[in-house]
Design a protein around this ligand. Sequence first.
Ligand code: SF4
Length: 321
Amino acid sequence: MSLLEIDKLKVYFPIRKGLLDRAKECVRAVDGVSFSIEAGESVGLVGESGCGKTTLSRAVVQLIKPTSGRIIFEGEDIANLSEAALRVRRRRFQMIFQDPYSSLNPRLTVLDLIGEALDIHSLVSDAAARRERVEGLLKSVGLDPSHAARYPHEFSGGQRQRIGIARALAVEPRLIVCDEPVSALDVSVQAQIINLLKDLQQELGVAYLFVAHDLAVVEHISHRILVMYLGRIVEAGEAKNLCRSPKHPYTQALLSAVPVVDSESKRPRIFLGGDVPSPIHPPSGCPFHPRCPIAEARCKTEVPLLREVEADRAVACHLVT
Ligand code: SF4
């Protein structure tokens, strides 16, 4: 049994218009996505902004209710649980955000920010145990335990992200959804946070759904990668293999924008025209056809299904066999 199984998940946001406030149209942010994550595995989710990856990641941790589909976590469909039942399970799946500062209450010390998570789930018996646990968590994310009395604004961006990670780890989750956790950080700090997440995974066996727009970052931490375009998965496969030989034209374009050090493996840059189309009126047929450099006539009418084209590689393109 997988730790997490997402089955035909859809998240549509109705757009209300007119005097009667009737929903006439909807934004199809996530449009029938299925994938799974094993215990201790890292799955990267990439795509341009507007492709639905943040909505998908928030639906996984139930910050957004899906329109349809199932979210099976540890064998149980959490998409249809009551708030009270969900509260108990929340301990097992946590989220860290792009901007740790906005997710940390500026009026609380680090001791209370992390201690609050312990209190909610009654994980410590008294104040001394609470302090000891918080100090241990700070140490495990590379922060000085004596800084527990400080406030978030006294830390750098990278340190604040470490506090966010410590807070998520406090409740001993089995899955952490990381929503662009390094996008706002300097490149050198990005590497430190990625390495920290990898070390913590080895030590604790926690699984990650790692969301980012930068394939180079995702490749570094992921065992498998999902490439998302306009609410759908268009390519999925083992991380190194997918980055070495991308098959979907969209993945190829994303990868061609990643700078490579080794000149022999340099790929010609593929420029994608325009932006991601509106998910209110997605293009007919293959949603990528208006931007695809190799589109054919049938791409405008036939929707390509995500299908396995070789071992551990699935692609949604008519021309990939
Ligand atoms: Fe391009 Fe057609 Fe493949 Fe879509 S199905 S990615 S438009 S070639």
